[in-house]
Each structure stands twice: as C-alpha cells, then as structure tokens.
Design a protein around this ligand. Structure first.
Ligand code: HEC
Ligand code: HEC
Length: 197
C-alpha cells in the first residue's frame, strides 16, 4: 500500500512536467517521436516549433498547398480543435539551447554559408536567413526554428519550394529565396543549421 502510494506520487510528478498527450497525437508520435523530438528519416522534429506554425502546416497539408504523400493523409486525421490540441502538445517540449549568433556580428564572413545565414547576398537579393528565422535560426513565432532540425528535412523543404510542391507562406517569400539557391548552397545550409544544436 505504502509503496503503491509512492509510485503514484512519482507518476503524478513526472506527468505534470509535460503536457498530457492528446489521443490524436499518438499516431504522430510514431514518426515524429512521442515528444516531437523527430525520428530521422521518418519525420522531422516538431518540438521547438510554435503551436501556430504547426497548426498552419497541418492545414497546408490538408488543403494540398503543401504536398507530401505521407503527411496528406496524416493531416486528415485531425479536424477542428484536435489540430490545436496536437499543435500545443508538440510545441510544449524543450529543445537543446544554442548560443545565439546575431546578424552582422562579424563584418566579414569568410565562410560563404555563414555569409548567407548572417548577412545574405545583396547582389542576388537573398536576405540573411536569420533576419526572419531569428538569431542562429532559433525561430520566432511563424518563422520556424531551423537550428538542430534534420539536414535531410531542411534540404527536402528547400527543394520542395523550388519544385512548387510547397507553398502557402506569406507572399511566397520562401519560394523566392529557395529559387535563388544552388544545390551546393542548399546542401551546405542544411548541414549548417542541422549542426547547430
Ligand atoms: C508515417 C510517418 C508520419 C506520421 C505518422 C506523421 N507524420 Fe508528420 N511528417 C512526416 C514527414 C515525412 C514529414 C515531412 C514532410 C515534407 O517533407 O514535407 C512530416 C511533416 C510534418 C509537419 C511539418 C513540420 C515542419 O517543420 O514544417 C508537421 C507539422 C507534422 N508532420 C505533423 C504531424 C502530425 C500532427 C501528425 C499526426 C496526426 C503527423 N505529422 C503524423 C511523417 C509523418
Ligand atoms: C523574409 C523572411 C525569411 C527569410 C529571409 C528566410 N526565411 Fe525561411 N521561412 C520563412 C517563413 C515565413 C517560413 C514558414 C513558411 C510557412 O509558413 O509555410 C520559412 C520556412 C523555412 C523552412 C522550412 C522549415 C520547416 O520547419 O519546415 C526552411 C528550411 C527555411 N525557411 C530555410 C531558410 C533559409 C536557408 C534561409 C536563408 C537562405 C531562409 N529560410 C530565409 C521566412 C524566411
């Protein structure tokens, strides 16, 4: 009896430090990890993204603005309030802390990838990634976190914008940027952000 009570108290303690998993999130966890930490190559990390961003992406998959053979049927399993319950749940988990580097911290970036990230390329009208994605790509609201996301996933997204199979963001801003990147730059940027963890 005494033991039973102790176990019970422990369970309550550990459950209260995380959001409770809504039933509709169980399926998602099989590819994205039960706490949204991501399972490469099954599904990208969802923890660290804002609830608004996650909810918006679910709707983009549902309406076909974002095309993906796996996520289209998955998104359809969520309707109404379930979209927000699941988005709140996955956004509630912490991700590793990264020391933020700011835009223009250095006058000259010798590494061309760092230059794109922190300064952009004025000649090609590519704004620095961190102007929108936050210092070191840590994410701010509707601008998703890139730091520590899987490289293969980041790469696939930039290619999806180039192929027009992903859209739905304000003024098509990411498509315009992705169209200007070479495949070598896409590889290097994906690796750069994935390694910031
Ligand atoms: C069978 C594996 C699988 C399951 C189950 C699954 N997903 Fe996904 N999910 C993926 C893959 C793969 C992608 C990347 C799609 C792409 O490249 O556009 C993805 C992408 C996403 C994204 C976009 C992330 C971003 O950074 O933009 C969200 C949000 C998402 N899934 C939510 C969910 C939710 C919510 C569920 C449960 C209803 C779910 N997924 C179930 C595989 C899965
Ligand atoms: C003007 C603002 C802006 C700039 C600059 C910008 N982004 Fe984005 N980016 C966005 C927005 C907004 C989204 C979310 C799109 C959506 O809601 O579907 C996004 C999404 C992304 C995603 C998808 C992340 C995910 O979780 O699916 C990747 C990858 C990305 N950006 C990479 C980059 C890279 C690399 C650069 C620099 C070369 C860059 N972005 C510069 C606004 C920007």
């Amino acid at each position: 009896m005494k033991r039973g009570l102790k176990t019970c108290a422990l369970l309550v303690l550990s459950a209260s430090s995380y959001a409770a998993m809504p039933p509709s999130a169980a399926l998602c966890g099989s590819c994205h990890g039960p706490q949204g930490q991501g399972i490469e190559p099954l599904g990208p990390r969802l923890a660290g993204l804002s609830a608004d961003y996650i909810a918006k992406q679910i709707k983009l998959f549902q309406t076909g603005k974002r095309q993906n053979a796996t996520m289209q049927p998955m998104s359809m399993t969520l309707q109404g309030d379930a979209v927000y319950a699941v988005a709140d749940y996955f956004s509630s988990f912490d991700v590793p802390i990264v020391t933020p580097h700011l835009r223009g911290e250095k006058a000259v970036y010798e590494n061309p990838t760092e230059q794109l990230v922190y300064q952009g390329d004025w000649q090609r009208v590519i704004p620095a990634c961190v102007t929108c994605h936050g210092p070191s790509g840590l994410g701010v609201g509707e601008f998703p976190r890139l730091a520590g996301q899987q490289a293969s996933y980041i790469k696939n997204q930039l290619i999806a914008w180039q192929k027009d199979s992903r859209s739905g963001d304000q003024d098509g801003v990411m498509g315009t940027i992705a169209d200007k990147l070479t495949s070598a730059e896409i590889d290097a940027l994906s690796k750069y952000f994935a390694e910031l963890k």
